[in-house]
Design a protein around this ligand. Structure first.
Ligand code: ZN
Ligand code: ZN
Length: 170
């Protein structure tokens, strides 16, 4: 399997002056919504919960796997770098500036190309939720937030609106 560590070390030297300590680096075969993710560690118990960078295994199936993996690790390393420096570590202005400096091409790493099979809908606000699998009893997060203090409310339960017949692009 593709090694994550050498990629991390190369980017660390090239763009962070070797400043970043080695996080936990791992593949995640269940990660589908994004190509990677950064999970912050615990500041109080740094040895028990180390910061983690995960890379979605499906990238290995892509034709440009090496470049995508590199981009994904670079992207997650910016989150990590902001977190280490106790900065807000989302996609902030600082994040974007660092990304431009590094020449990382993607704002959001490529999502999985696997097609959506189902379209669920919130009957209240009529928002559609494409899904790759059948969903359990889920409610529309936005409606629950707006109308029931963020608690689950059956009024906003998502219903299966239709099945996607062909591989529609979404
Ligand atoms: Zn990100
Ligand atoms: Zn809704």
């Amino acid at each position: 399997m593709h090694e994550l560590l050498p990629v991390f070390e190369r980017i660390n030297l090239a763009h962070f002056d070797g400043f970043l300590d080695l996080p936990r680096l791992s593949w995640n075969s269940r990660l589908r919504s994004s190509a990677g993710r950064f999970i912050p560690g615990s500041r109080r118990f740094p040895l028990e919960r180390v910061p983690t960078i995960e890379v979605a295994s499906y990238l290995l199936e892509e034709s440009a796997a090496a470049a995508l993996i590199e981009d994904t690790i670079a992207h997650e390393m910016i989150h990590y770098w902001l977190w280490v420096r106790r900065r807000p570590y989302g996609h902030t202005g600082e994040f974007l500036q660092k990304m431009r400096e590094m020449g990382v091409s993607r704002y959001n790493p490529v999502p999985r190309k696997r097609p959506f099979k189902y379209i669920y809908r919130c009957g209240f606000c009529e928002t559609d939720f494409p899904a790759r699998r059948k969903l359990g009893p889920l409610a529309c997060a936005r409606c629950c937030k707006q109308h029931s203090q963020g608690r689950y409310d059956a009024r906003f339960k998502l219903f299966l609106h239709r099945k996607v017949e062909t591989a529609e692009a979404l």
